[in-house]
Design a protein. Structure first.
Lengths: 274, 108
């Protein structure tokens, strides 16, 4: 293997939900960081650029670049997406599928960029990124949605051995025909454990509530839609895409049963699932 | 007294689910769930039917309410919806785009 030169371009393809994002860097250390961070989601770097939905060139800057707690801004200007948070700047031209990211060498900034990019990619495809844990059991995917503290991590931790965790934090849902399929994601929450890179048709979405007993209750369609809208991950200030996401939520609610899952934090709750 | 005309803002996304009309502002993603009166107003807001006609023909027959009271309430409601940019309000008929939003007024 030839020695890397300073200008040599290194690439990694990170594929989530069947949508590939190619990341180019000249820094071997950053490449290694990405390969470790997205293990299980990394495809061959020899994959052609035109097979990626987006290709980013990463420009690494010194640490302390900015504040990762700052608000995210996602805007569409002059045909280009502009993504910005305290710790990164990124641009992406959907027409050419090329873009760039400016950040320091850390996994958190690019993880945020990838989450945002996937919300945009999914918005035009009827898919959603949801604040929910998800797992596959008996060949079916179950989603557990809720705001922070609702119990997403708890329900994920309580999953029995025959359940495969897709994520403890951000569920990835795509429409396929009249059904929805959930995919594993590398987007982690408190468990900091990557989901398995598998997919399964979504059987039920549960709205989580912690209580004194394990119980499943039906949810009226309107409440289901409102709850789902509250749990959609979406950042873009773009009227057209907001409409698409709104539409997608209603399509989802029309096709996937939504119930409320009240549970006490012990493993018996999984007796109700699957 | 001049008449008021109301029209759905095509930039707002609207869906009806199980009888509940929900509208999302395209401006700031605020979600509104409309009550029965507001739903009738939204569905009738074609830009060419005056508000008083909507009230007398569509709202009053649904509710036991005096026309004057219903008209005042409807006008307040229309102004509130307009303030959130989900409805347009004018003293002249409003030309609505023939290219309808794929979501606006979609009542399933």
């Amino acid at each position: 293997m030839p020695a890397l030169t300073e200008r040599e371009q290194l690439s990694v393809v990170i594929e989530v939900g069947g949508l590939a994002v190619r990341v180019n860097t000249t820094d071997p250390g950053f490449l290694s960081l990405l390969q470790d961070r997205y293990a299980g989601y990394v495809g061959g770097s020899d994959r052609a650029s035109d097979q990626a939905e987006v290709e980013f060139d990463v420009e690494l800057v010194q640490p302390g670049f900015g504040d990762p707690e700052a608000d995210v801004s996602v805007k569409h200007r002059l045909g280009r997406w502009s993504l910005e948070r305290g710790d990164f700047l990124a641009e992406w031209d959907p027409a050419t599928r090329r873009g760039w990211i400016r950040q320091s060498s850390n996994p958190y900034s690019i993880d945020a960029v990838l989450r945002i990019v996937h919300t945009l990619l999914l918005a035009n495809r009827g898919g959603l990124l949801l604040h929910s844990a998800s797992a596959v059991r008996n060949g079916k995917a179950f989603l557990f949605a809720g705001v922070s503290g609702a119990g997403k991590t708890t329900i994920a931790r309580l999953a029995p051995p025959d359940a495969t965790l897709l994520t403890d934090e951000i569920s990835y849902v795509r429409r396929q025909g009249n059904a929805y399929v959930a995919f594993g994601t590398p987007f982690t929450g408190e468990m900091a454990k990557l989901g398995e890179n598998i997919s399964a048709p979504v059987a039920t979405l549960y709205l989580l509530a912690q209580g004194s007993e394990n119980r499943i209750d039906t949810v009226a369609p309107g409440e289901a839609a409102r709850s789902l809208l509250a749990n959609v991950l979406f950042f873009a200030e773009d009227e057209e895409l907001v409409q698409s996401v709104f539409h997608s939520v209603f399509e989802f609610v029309n096709r996937v049963p939504v119930s409320r899952l009240t549970f006490v934090p012990d493993a018996r709750v999984w007796e109700l699932i699957g | 007294m001049s008449r008021l005309y109301v029209a759905r803002n095509p930039r707002a996304a609207a869906r009806s689910l199980d009888g509940e009309m929900m509208i999302m502002s395209g401006r700031d993603s605020t979600l509104f769930t409309l009550n029965r009166t507001a739903t009738i107003l939204w569905q009738s807001a074609d830009g060419t039917t005056p508000l008083d006609e909507i009230v007398t023909r569509k709202i009053c027959p649904e509710f036991e309410v005096e026309t004057e009271v219903a008209l005042r309430d409807a006008e307040n409601l229309a102004r509130e919806l307009a303030s959130h940019e989900i409805m347009q309000l004018s003293e002249t008929p409003i030309e609505t785009s023939t290219k309808r939003s794929p979501l606006a007024g979609d009542a399933r």
